[in-house]
Design a protein around this ligand. Structure first.
Ligand code: ZN
Length: 234
């Protein structure tokens, strides 16, 4: 016990925990990103209406498309999400997830939309091969942060699965993205989401190809309504 404490103390002096974004030392109540960065380093996405993206038509059944921050190409947010996705910094997901949860609670469309309803968080599933390779699903860790703040439950990971292992969609046209993702998801346990408001959680919202495909499957499986909540808006 004493030795563990001593080791921790030494590690703390040798390798102080620093903020992933600004590199300054973190205080004990901070995890990966410091409070100052969470407040000031990112630009809030527009949230005056039912969608954060101005140029995309939301398909029927999707009542809200909420994003926390605007994607700053090449900037802090891109770097942060990269750390989460490829460098195993899963705690970053929980940090930004908590922030996303707070911003959802500040959106009346969200608060009124889930009132007196069964509402569930559904991280966009990863194909099992990809999950095995990466070791985790980054969307799940974002959802964990959202769950902590909103007190909503996360749908069990086997309820909806990804049956198609798609390659990266970056650089694809919208049509190609849609074709690529078509039929990629399968609801294995419709009872779990029946009549629920499903809040689909992902890291970035770009064209909506992935989340819209998932939403249409959820709707067919009996979901009452779908909301999309992402950390970034591209
Ligand atoms: Zn910082």
């Amino acid at each position: 016990m004493l030795l563990t404490k001593f080791k921790e103390g030494v590690l703390e002096v040798l390798f102080p925990k620093v903020c992933t974004v600004c590199g300054l030392k973190l205080s004990t109540n901070e995890n990966f990103v410091c409070t100052v960065c969470l407040k000031d380093k990112f630009e809030e996405a527009y949230r005056g209406g039912k969608q954060a993206s101005s140029d995309i038509l939301l398909p029927e059944g999707i009542s809200l498309q909420h994003a926390l921050w605007n994607f700053d190409k090449g900037g802090h947010l891109q770097e942060l999400l990269h750390q989460l996705k490829y460098n195993r910094l899963i705690g970053v997901g929980e940090d930004v997830g908590r922030q996303l949860g707070k911003s959802l609670l500040g959106n009346p469309l969200f608060v009124n939309g889930i009132k007196n309803k069964k509402a569930l968080l559904l991280p966009v599933p990863l194909h099992k091969k990809k999950r095995r390779m990466r070791g985790y699903n980054q969307a799940f860790h974002i959802a964990k942060g959202v769950a902590e703040v909103t007190n909503l439950h996360i749908v069990r990971q086997e309820t909806v699965i990804r049956t198609k292992n798609t390659s990266t969609q970056t650089g694809f046209s919208l049509e190609k993205r849609r074709k690529n993702i078509s039929g990629a998801f399968q609801v294995q346990n419709p009872e779990a989401i029946e009549d629920a408001v499903c809040i689909v959680i992902d890291d970035v919202f770009t064209t909506g190809a992935t989340t819209f495909e998932l939403a249409s499957k959820l709707k067919k499986a009996g979901c009452k309504e779908i909301m999309i909540a992402t950390v970034a808006q591209a």
